[in-house]
Design a protein around this ligand. Structure first.
Ligand code: ARG
Length: 674
């Protein structure tokens, strides 16, 4: 572990003391750049007579090591001043920087180094003062920081505390709802995306100290279930079901749905016609829906809602077998849920409670026998939200309203994130929010966040229609096996392709899904995700495995000498790698502070680390020759391995920690070859 004592001792070795002007919320124990930021804020606030808070806030992290390690945004440092004037002022004063450091020096004036151990003179660029940390000193601070933190490096358990002052008040509660497939249909691309993004959100908040509950809100109620039962009565075959239940149920649903769709089209048409001729649309529609499969379906649904034993028995069987199938799929992805809930699990009492409130508050009204909310009375421009259908059946919306209230009672969460596709659900969640507000539950409404992602996914095109969850994995495995067989130069590190293929396939899928920004359209190319291109699952795993190999020669006990640190300063790619590792907590902090934590920022960061690592491992003059030789031999193990001193090996150990922590955050199990 790493606490204030550890921080003070590594700072003391640099003749520094812990930052004075610590600003809440400070991250000096979790974020090494924050130590530097706070130390710099001490200096700056003395220099320009600004408050330590303003000084601290003026220091940014430039997101890219080529712009330095920290940047002071001058207009923020002294609001209202001209950047150029302030820059000039500082430029003159930094020459005498040393005098401002006296309070922090633990040595006497004569012994004090002429320059600050961490901050060489900053350079000025437009409105920024750019700071490039002194690598030698920074390494002395950073190594113990990362090594002692170990698997907590980049996490921050204090974020989730209800109160940082009195930890007894417990941790913040997050409910994350994700995956939520519909049991009558295949798992769609959007459910797969929701599964993987939602799992990441859960891991991420957990790493930030939140108490996380993961729930799967199955589409396991409603008219489609009733339609499936109607289909089962015609096409159901017990023997086929026994042989492959999921496949058979999907087949039954498809058959009945094919028969049903013309009726749906006819109803729609009749309604449009009625509207054209000024007739009562509801009436016309009701007439059509009183016959055929419509009527059969509605009767079955009514039975379900009334708790008819036989209907419920069928529903339960279908639900259980699907949950079993999903659970198996999720567990292959390393994902699990605390609770399988679903539309079916919402209690009638709560729905009635909601409905009564809606009626008493005149929020909903009757319209051709249905109960609806006209959204223009509730903060939206237009839209009609249906609470209960003409036939008296509950709706998706009513179930969801009641579900939200039940969850808030059950979990008293601080935040609930619902991960589901944008295109599909946005109006629904907007209605939900505004109706909760109308019900006087603004507090609850504000705690619910719809993490919407772009639904566009060509998974269907890639895998063909009718795929089951297992088919997704098999497709990727086929592609992965081919890649492992063809790219021996990289795959050799994993040993036997058959053994590693499965693990790497899962890594491919997870890294792929998480590397697309949630708002972007998303391709699903199994060939692409299984390559060893920068930032893919297999490539991240490759560099992790590579590190483990290199680290075999590391002696963890050895104390680094001045010469070891010197060797890092002299090696530019090693210095850059080191500076990059320091940014990891900044990356996670930025992710945490954004309104939607974006996993692709983490993937990009890790890809950047492996790119820099590659540079560092190959950084000798004959690297190119070496690669040539390796490629010819087709066997990396035969190529001469470079040897590294203790300084570099410590850097690689720190890199392993960062890579491992990052992979785990993405839900990827680091693949160990032995
Ligand atoms: N089952 C829905 C679908 O497939 C997603 C459920 C979203 N969550 C909710 N609370 N409505 O689109």
């Amino acid at each position: 572990t790493f606490g204030i004592a550890e921080l003070e001792s590594s700072l003391a070795a640099l003749h520094l003391t812990a930052p004075r002007s610590v600003v809440e919320p400070t991250d000096i124990l979790t974020n090494p750049l924050d130590v530097c930021r706070s130390l710099l804020a001490d200096i700056l606030s003395g220099l320009v007579e600004s408050s330590p808070e303003a000084a601290y806030k003026s220091i940014q992290w430039p997101n890219n090591i080529y712009n330095g390690d920290l940047a002071v945004v001058l207009p923020k440092l002294r609001p209202g001043c001209k950047a150029a004037d302030l820059a000039l002022d500082i430029a003159q004063k930094v020459r005498t920087l040393v005098s401002f450091l006296l309070p922090y020096a633990s040595l006497s004036v004569t012994q004090f180094p002429q320059n600050h151990p961490l901050f060489p003179l900053p350079f000025l660029e437009n409105v920024h003062l750019r700071i490039l940390l002194e690598v030698d000193a920074f390494a002395r601070l950073l190594f113990p920081f990362i090594l002692k933190h170990g698997d907590s490096y980049g996490t921050d358990a204090t974020r989730g505390l209800r109160s940082s002052l009195s930890p007894d008040e417990g941790r913040k509660k997050l409910v994350v709802e994700f995956s939520s497939p519909n049991i009558t249909n295949e798992l769609h691309g959007r459910h797969l995306r929701s599964t993987i993004i939602g799992a990441f959100i859960g891991n991420f908040y957990e790493s930030m100290g939140w108490d996380v509950t993961r729930i799967n809100y199955l589409g396991d109620w409603g008219k489609n279930i009733a339609l499936l039962k109607v289909g089962w009565e015609r096409f159901g075959d017990e023997a086929k079901y026994q042989a492959n239940p999921i496949e058979h149920l999907l087949e039954v649903f498809e058959k009945i749905n094919n028969l049903f769709q013309p009726e749906v089209a006819a109803s729609r048409h009749a309604r449009d016609e009625a509207a054209k001729h000024g007739q009562d649309e509801g009436q016309v529609q009701a007439e059509i829906e009183n016959q055929g499969i419509y009527a059969e379906r509605n009767t079955v649904f009514k039975k379900l809602e009334n708790g008819d034993e036989e209907a419920i028995g069928f529903w339960k069987r279908v639900r259980d077998v699907n949950i079993e199938n999903y659970t198996d799929f999720y567990s292959q992805l390393g994902i699990s849920f605390n609770e399988y809930t679903g539309e079916s699990q919402v209690s009638t009492e709560t729905m009635v409670e909601v409905e009564t409130l809606l009626k008493e508050g005149n929020i909903c009204e009757e319209s051709s026998g249905a109960w609806v909310v006209h959204m223009q009375h509730h903060g939206l421009r237009a839209g009609t939200a249906i609470i209960r259908g003409r036939d008296g059946a509950t709706t998706y919306l009513l179930r969801d309203l009641a579900a939200m209230i039940e969850r808030s009672r059950k979990y008293s969460f601080d935040k609930m994130i619902i991960v589901t596709a944008n295109d599909h659900n946005t109006p629904h969640f907007t209605h939900l929010h505004h109706i909760l507000v109308a019900l006087g539950k603004k507090d609850l409404a504000d705690k619910i966040q719809h993490l919407k992602f772009n639904e566009t996914s060509n998974m269907e095109e890639t895998l063909g229609k009718g795929y089951k969850p297992q088919a997704i994995i098999s497709h990727i495995e086929t592609a992965m096996t081919t890649e492992l067989e063809t790219n021996r130069q990289k795959s050799i590190i994993f040993g036997e392709p058959e053994k590693s293929s499965k693990a790497l396939s899962i890594a491919s899928l997870l890294a792929h899904e998480l590397s697309t920004r949630t708002t972007s359209a998303h391709s699903f190319d199994t060939g692409d995700m299984t390559t060893f291109k920068l930032g893919t699952g297999p490539d991240l795993q490759y560099w992790y495995a590579k590190l483990r190999t290199v680290l075999k020669s590391r002696d963890a006990e050895v104390e680094l000498s001045d010469a070891d640190y010197e060797s890092l300063v002299e090696d530019e790619s090693a210095s850059n790698l080191l500076r990059l590792l320091a940014q990891y907590p900044e990356v996670t902090r930025t992710t945490y502070n954004s309104s939607v934590p974006q996993p692709d920022d983490i993937v990009k960061y890790l890809a950047g680390v492996t790119e820099q690592l590659a540079d560092c491992l190959n950084n000798d003059d004959d690297a190119e020759d070496g690669e040539q030789r390796e490629a010819e031999a087709g066997n990396e193990a035969e190529a001469e391995e470079k040897t590294f001193g203790p300084g570099h090996l410590t850097l690689f150990e720190a890199t392993r920690i960062v890579l491992e922590n990052g992979l785990k955050l993405l839900g990827i199990t680091p693949y160990a070859t032995e």
